[in-house]
Ligand binder design. Sequence first.
Ligand SMILES: Nc1ncnc2c1ncn2[C@@H]1O[C@H](COP(=O)(O)OP(=O)(O)OP(=O)(O)O)[C@@H](O)[C@H]1O
Length: 268
Amino acid sequence: MSAEPDVLLSAREISVRFGGVLAVNQVSFDVRRGEVFTLIGPNGAGKTTVFNLISRIYVPSTGEIEFEGRQFSQVAPHEVAKLGIARTFQNIELFEHATVLQNLLIGRHTHRQTGLWSDLFFTAKTRRAELAAREKVEQVIDLLDLQHHRESLVAGLPYGVRKVVELARALCTEPKLLLLDEPSSGLNTEETDDMVFWIRDIQHELGVTVLMVEHDMGLVSKVSDRVLAMNQGEMLALGTPAEVQAHPGVIEAYLGSVDEVSSLRRAA
Ligand SMILES: Nc1ncnc2c1ncn2[C@@H]1O[C@H](COP(=O)(O)OP(=O)(O)OP(=O)(O)O)[C@@H](O)[C@H]1O
């Protein structure tokens, strides 16, 4: 008898209505521990809305999301990071006038478990926490090859490097689930190829589960274990990248956009 897959996050019949627009309509899926799960779909499909539900920015009009068996409706928005969910943004959000190292240490701060009292007196517990923070930050710097940039101000870095710093900052919180919002946006071909390696390393070396929204079908096929295709708020297909790209409903949905259908064909 085969074991049931270990589900980290589960969305059950979630719908979101913005006034007259049904942005997400009865969508259900599981994200399994350890996988890279990707949401695709043409513009307006509802991907960002689903993503924002999982970041707890929106709440579903109906339906429920569970993370490690805990109902999201009972989690306050500021508690999401503590549950072990970290995210990156389509438009990078970093402290521009701080160094890479400072940004990563700030990122690590959300993971802090010591109280004000032990921090004030710099107790053994605080020292241990500081040491653990430094070790984690160094591990992430090594993994993402950021050694050369550690003391650089973020504002002076090329866009592609800033994108990796944002990824690093999210990883410093030691998330169980990493949400990547269009990791390839703004990157050139070479930087997108690098992103493939970073995502694979994050999955395999750190054991972090990844949920991403992505338009670049080349990147999607190379890193995703499973893909959910959406259109106009609804689920179109769920399966491996190859299964989803061959699905007639997915091809038809993409026919609306010449750019997107050619990217689908290139990746197939
Ligand atoms: N805050 C909002 N208020 C009103 N309507 C919204 C809001 N956010 C999204 N929508 C609408 O919901 C639908 C789904 O939008 P969403 O941004 O989730 O799609 P998407 O798949 O992420 O598209 P894109 O690839 O263009 O980012 C669209 O019709 C959009 O106009």
